[in-house]
Design a protein around this ligand. Structure first.
Ligand SMILES: *Cc1c(COP(=O)(O)O)cnc(C)c1O
Length: 397
């Protein structure tokens, strides 16, 4: 009898008791709206922003309704408008090109390498095509940020970082989200902190921060923020900035604050799991692990490997055999996007030329989540199952 995994790839941990208690307090007093505060009270949302700015080392932070909202807000705040071209990753999640398209702007896709990061040679070739790069650290893989920032600074390109999968990660000692002009994060259930829906945005630029606060829907109550610039900055931009409501509320912020304090320990726990899967798969015939640069301090909340140059039917057979043994894999090479596995050529509202080198990589990407509800033994078992099934199909082929 071969072993079968019985855990759930989509089950997150419960909200910490401290967060539940704080949420109940908000429910009991009823002041859920972030600007609805009693005399002398600091709102949960304003405190979360202050704590997130402190943790990342940013001057300013803003909490918003979703990660996708943070991206759109950042693009608007740096001045992207209809018809503008915005460089972004060919390998990312749908809300990234979606945020660009929602502004009437045009995504320009940059390729992906076998290390699953943005192709910096392709970026260098296209850098003259846009003034802004919306860089997605897709699945937590961080490219050589020193080289990327040098390239972009030289070309005068503003960088916005999509850190949906790199909250708590770093490159060369600098927290992810602190290289570009703006860093954007998601606190949706499947990310590194869970408030159901939610997002955060950080920047050191006072004008960008003020515009983002106004955009998010501050109704001129921006003085109730604890991680925003002074009123003189708002005076400069307040009549020019539309309200595009997308605030966070105090209930979500209350749930998130204890999770933020626990983030470094959670990242360590993810990485313990990641490394067990990685070791368990090392030297599996036909399977290519993703190299991680020693300068990258990642948060291994999901795991990817490549079945590079495999026939699609063989990949599908691996998926089916693993599914039969309880291991749920997602594949970015399928003809049709399933769940979150869309790619640049799925986003037909944003026309693109074929990218053969990226297509080859995308066709081989296999992806799975590693929720913290998995024990270390669960991870070892998943690796054994993957290893056995990939080897079996590879040997047939
Ligand atoms: C989840 C995600 C987002 C957006 O987050 P939402 O909160 O779902 O809007 C952006 N980029 C990537 C890569 C994501 O995975």
């Amino acid at each position: 009898m071969s072993e079968r995994f019985t855990g759930s790839f989509t089950q997150q941990e419960p909200i910490p008791e401290e967060g539940i208690a704080a949420a109940l307090e908000v429910l009991r007093h009823g002041r859920l709206h972030r600007y609805n505060v009693a005399e002398g009270e600091l709102s949960q949302t304003a405190l979360l922003e202050q704590e997130f700015a402190a943790m990342t080392g940013a001057r300013y932070a803003l909490a918003v309704a979703s990660g996708g909202y943070a991206l759109g807000c950042a693009l608007r705040a740096v001045g992207v408008g209809p018809g503008d071209r915005v460089l972004t990753n060919a390998f990312t999640l749908a809300p990234v090109p979606g945020a660009i398209a929602a502004l009437g702007a045009v995504p320009v896709f940059v390729g992906v390498t076998e290390d699953l990061v943005i192709d910096l040679d392709d970026l260098a070739a296209r850098i003259g095509e846009a003034r802004v790069l919306l860089l997605s650290h897709m699945r937590g893989h961080i490219c050589d940020m020193d080289r990327l920032m040098a390239l972009c600074s030289e070309a005068g390109v503003t960088v916005i970082e999509d850190c949906a999968h790199t909250m708590g990660a770093a490159w060369n000692g600098v927290p992810s989200g602190r290289h570009g002009a703006v860093g954007c994060y998601s606190t949706q259930t499947y990310k590194h902190m869970n408030s159901g829906e939610g997002g955060l945005l950080i920047t050191d630029d006072a004008d960008i921060a003020a515009r983002a606060v106004l955009l998010s829907g501050s109704y001129m109550l921006y003085e109730r923020h604890l991680a925003a610039p002074g009123p003189e900055v708002f005076e400069r931009v307040k009549y020019q900035t539309p309200n595009v409501s997308g605030r966070m509320d105090n209930l979500r912020a209350a749930i998130l604050r204890p999770q933020l304090q626990a983030l470094p320990q959670q990242v360590a726990r993810w990485n313990d799991r990641y490394r067990i899967v990685e070791e368990g798969l090392r030297d599996t015939p036909g399977l290519r692990l993703i190299d991680r640069d020693p300068r990258e301090a990642y948060a291994g909340s999901s795991f990817q490997f490549l079945l590079l140059d495999w026939a699609p039917e063989a990949v599908q057979e691996v998926l089916a055999r693993c599914a039969a043994r309880g291991v749920e894999l997602k594949w970015f090479g399928g003809a049709e996007p399933v769940a979150f596995t869309s790619r640049y050529d799925s986003w037909r509202y944003a026309p693109s030329a074929p990218m053969p080198a990226s297509d080859r990589v995308l066709a081989g990407i296999v992806d799975m989540r590693l929720p913290l509800t998995f024990s270390l033994e669960d991870c070892a078992q998943i690796a054994r199952i993957l290893r056995a099934e990939v080897s079996a199909v590879f040997q047939q082929g």
